[in-house]
Design a protein around this ligand. Structure first.
Ligand SMILES: [Zn+2]
Length: 163
């Protein structure tokens, strides 16, 4: 077992990824509980609490520090996001090894800024698959050969997202 502490945000429960953390050290904040408890993922939350999920209110000093960091970026963070970050900062100051688990890009950006490790859950079913298509440089028509049938301009490959 590693000595990391996983700091879970609401997306972990809402996307059904909580059971991965059953055997690991983990913590969250009251605000996440509030967001999850009336949701169908409340069952997962219960299960994690029974396997040792700690619910911790981070001291205001950490929250104030996160607020200062947040002002230097334009990332939109909810009060819950800020609390999750505050808890991770508290653990870091206690020389523990927090890893924030979140699929929220604003949280991930903030983690980079304050030098806290983070990980994301795999989002099943919405992986983007890129493909390439050749299009005319001039008119944007799809072309098969080297040049456009209509304007005779050359083609360039462009990425597009397949469904
Ligand atoms: Zn063309």
């Amino acid at each position: 077992m590693d000595d990391n502490i996983y700091v879970l945000d609401a997306t972990v429960f809402l996307e059904g990824g909580a059971q991965k953390f059953q055997d690991l050290a983990k913590a969250t904040v009251y605000e996440v509980l509030e967001e999850v408890k009336n949701n169908q993922s409340a069952i997962e939350l219960d299960r994690l609490i029974r396997t040792g999920l700690a619910i911790i209110e981070p001291e205001n000093e950490f929250f104030e520090e996160i607020k200062k960091f947040q002002k230097t970026t334009n990332d939109k963070l909810s009060n819950t996001d800020m609390k999750v970050l505050s808890l991770a900062l508290k653990f870091k100051r206690q020389k523990k090894k927090p890893i924030i688990v979140s699929d929220d890009y604003a949280i991930q950006n903030m983690c980079k800024l304050i030098d806290i490790n983070y990980m994301t859950l795999s989002k099943k079913g919405i992986t983007k698959k890129y493909a390439w298509v050749k299009k005319c440089k001039n008119c944007g028509r799809k072309i098969k050969g080297d040049v456009c049938d209509v304007c005779g301009d050359e083609g360039k490959y462009r990425p597009y997202i397949r469904n």
